[in-house]
Design a protein around this ligand. Structure first.
Ligand SMILES: [Zn+2]
Length: 526
C-alpha cells in the first residue's frame, strides 16, 4: 500500500518537475561557472551534506558508524579544517566509517567492533531529495536496488556532460544513445541531453518492452517520462528495442549519419559499442568520423583497439546508477579508461581490500557524495570497483576546469572471475568442446561454463553438464578442466591457479541453456 501511494505521488509530481527542469537550459558558460564554484566550495558542501543527510537523519547508517567511532559533527568540522576532505575521509575510514558494496545492497549485515547495526538498503536514501522516477542498479534483471532519481540532481550533474561533450567536440552532432529503458538508469543521460538542448536522434535499448519482472510499472513509467519530457520540448525519441545480435542496426544508422553529416556520436556501454563496431566491420562499413563514448563496464585496451579498427574515436566514462556520472573521459588519456574524477561533486580515496575469492589485495574505491541532492548518500562507500587514483597533468580542457584527479584501470573485484573467463575464452572453448567430450563422452553441446551469482551474491563459475553424461566422480571433470588450463597459455594457467585455490568451480547437472533466440554458447553469463 505504502509503495503504491509513493508510486502515485511520484507520478503526480513528475509533470511539474519536468516543466521546471526543461524550462531553462544550461549553457557551456553556466557549466564552467557552476563547476568552478563547486570546486571552491567543496569543503562547505561536504560538511553541509554530512550535517543535513547524516547528523540530522537518525536512520542514517553512517550516523551509527560515526557514533561508534566517537565522532561528533564538531569533530568532522575540525578534521576538514585541518586535513581537507580527503584527509578527513581517510581518518574516518581507519575509524571504521565506511560501507561495503554488500552492506549497501543489504546482502550482508553491518557489523563493526563486534556490534551489529540493523539497516535496510533504503536507509542510504537521501531523506530530503525528491523522487521523480525510480531506477534500479543492476537493473537489467529487475532484481537490483531501487534508486530514486531526481531531476534536480540530473540538472546539477548536466554541467559535467556539457563540459565532456565540448572537450571531445561532439556537441550538436547526430547522436544515438544505447542504454536500457527503465528500470535501467540510462534514461538519465537522455534527459540530461534534453536539458542541455542536445538532440538525441536514436535511443536503442537492449531491454525490451515486457522484458523485466515488473514490466508494466516500468514500461508505463518510461512512456510517462517520455511523454512529459516531450510536452515540454525534450525531444526524446521513442526507444528502439534490439537484441545484442542486432547491433548492425546501430552501425547502419551511424554509417548513414556519417554519409549525411560527416560526424556522429554513440553514447553506450563498452560491450554494445564493441558489438556495434564488430557488426560494422562484418558489414564492411567504415565508421571514420564517428565518436563512441563507452562506460558501464571495464573498458580494456583490447576492446578499444577492436573498435578503432572501424575508424571510430573512443572515449570513456565512469559512473554508477546510485551516484550518476563520476568520471569524465580524458582527451589525452593514459590508457583506454582514463577519466577525470568529477571532484566538485565527489571525493574518492582508495583502501586496501583483500578479495578472498582470488587471494589478492586491491586498492578499493571509497566514494563520497558532496552534493546534498545525491539520491543515495555515500560516505566512504566502498563500491565494487578498484583501480589507480592519481593527480596528473594531462593538458586536456577538463583539467583546466579543476578536475585534476584521474582514475584509470578501473575493474570490478566481484567480477574478476568472469573477466578471467573472457580473457581465456578461446582456450576455454577448446576445453569445453574438445577435451571434456573426448574424455567423458557426449558432444560440445553437453558442456557449458556458466557464470552466475550464488545465494550470497558472490560470482561463481558452474560447469554445467548434461544429465545424460554419466560421471562417476565430479572432481575428475573439474581436474580435467584445470589440467587443460594448465596446458594452455600462461594466462590460462594463472587463472587455473586462482580458481583452484579458491575452489571456484562447481559442477551443476542440468541441460546446458540456450539463449531466448535459440543459440548455444559454451560460455554463458546469468
Ligand atoms: Zn584530461
Amino acid at each position: 500500500m505504502g509503495e503504491t501511494f509513493d508510486y502515485l505521488k511520484v507520478f503526480a509530481g513528475l509533470p511539474f518537475a519536468m516543466r521546471r527542469f526543461l524550462q531553462r537550459p544550461l549553457t557551456l558558460d553556466d557549466a564552467k561557472r557552476v563547476v568552478c564554484e563547486r570546486i571552491q566550495r567543496r569543503e562547505q558542501n561536504f560538511l553541509r551534506s554530512v550535517e543535513k543527510n547524516i547528523y540530522e537523519y537518525p536512520r542514517s547508517p553512517y550516523l551509527a558508524l560515526l557514533q561508534l567511532a566517537g565522532c561528533e559533527l564538531g569533530d568532522v568540522r575540525a578534521l576538514v579544517k585541518d586535513r581537507g576532505v580527503e584527509g578527513t575521509l581517510r581518518v574516518l575510514r581507519e575509524a571504521g566509517v565506511y560501507i561495503t558494496f554488500e552492506e549497501f545492497k543489504g546482502r550482508k549485515p553491518l557489523v563493526r567492533n563486534g556490534k551489529t547495526i540493523s539497516i535496510q538498503p533504503r536507509d542510504f536514501d537521501n531523506p530530503f531529495a525528491p523522487r521523480h522516477f525510480m531506477v534500479e542498479s543492476g537493473g537489467s534483471t529487475g532484481s537490483g536496488t531501487n534508486v530514486g532519481a531526481n531531476l534536480d540532481y540530473l540538472a546539477e550533474n548536466a554541467a559535467h556532460l556539457i563540459l565532456l561533450l565540448d572537450t571531445h567536440q561532439v556537441r550538436g552532432i547526430p547522436t544515438a544513445v544505447g542504454v536500457p529503458i527503465l528500470p535501467g538508469g540510462g534514461i538519465s543521460f537522455i534527459l540530461q541531453r534534453s536539458y542541455l538542448r542536445e538532440a538525441t536522434q536514436r535511443w536503442y535499448s537492449l531491454i525490451g518492452w515486457r522484458d523485466t519482472k515488473r514490466w508494466l510499472k516500468y514500461d508505463l513509467a518510461t512512456l510517462y517520462i517520455l511523454f512529459w519530457s516531450n510536452v515540454f520540448g525534450g525531444g526524446v525519441p521513442m526507444p528502439t528495442t534490439i537484441q545484442p545480435t542486432e547491433a548492425d542496426k546501430i552501425a547502419r544508422w551511424m554509417y548513414e549519419m556519417l554519409q549525411r553529416e560527416g560526424r556522429c556520436l554513440l553514447f553506450t556501454s563498452a560491450s554494445l559499442a564493441l558489438r556495434t563496431c564488430i557488426a560494422a566491420e562484418q558489414a564492411g562499413l567504415d565508421l571514420t568520423g564517428a565518436t563512441v563514448r563507452v562506460g558501464g563496464e571495464p573498458v580494456t585496451a583490447a576492446k578499444v583497439a577492436a573498435m578503432e579498427r572501424v575508424g571510430v574515436r573512443v572515449f570513456s566514462g565512469y559512473g554508477m546508477v546510485e551516484a550518476g556520472g563520476i568520471g569524465l573521459g580524458c582527451a589525452q588519456p593514459l590508457g583506454a579508461d582514463d577519466v577525470h574524477l568529477s571532484s566538485d561533486t565527489f571525493a574518492l580515496i582508495t583502501h586496501p581490500h583483500r578479495v578472498e575469492s582470488i587471494g589478492m589485495t586491491v586498492p578499493a574505491f571509497n566514494l563520497t557524495t558532496l552534493m546534498d541532492t545525491a539520491p543515495k548518500v555515500m560516505l566512504n562507500f566502498q563500491s565494487d570497483d578498484y583501480g589507480i587514483v592519481e593527480e596528473r597533468r594531462c593538458g586536456c580542457p577538463l583539467e583546466a576546469y579543476g578536475f585534476t584527479t584521474h582514475l584509470r584501470e578501473i575493474r570490478s573485484y566481484s567480477k574478476m572471475l568472469g573477466e578471467a573467463v573472457t580473457l581465456i575464452g578461446n582456450e576455454m572453448l577448446r576445453i569445453l568442446e574438445d577435451v571434456l567430450p573426448a574424455r567423458f563422452g557426449g558432444t560440445p553441446l553437453d558442456y557449458q561454463l556458466l557464470e552466475a551469482e550464488d545465494e550470497q551474491g558472490l560470482t561463481r563459475l558452474y560447469l554445467v553438464i548434461h544429465p545424460r553424461i554419466e560421471i562417476a566422480d565430479e572432481q575428475q571433470v573439474i581436474d580435467a578442466m584445470l589440467d587443460g588450463m594448465r596446458a594452455s597459455s600462461p594466462t590460462a594457467d594463472a587463472a587455473r591457479a586462482m580458481w583452484q585455490h579458491a575452489q571456484t568451480i562447481r559442477i551443476k547437472r542440468a541441460e546446458p541453456q540456450i539463449t531466448a533466440r535459440g543459440k548455444f554458447s559454451p560460455l554463458r553469463k546469468e
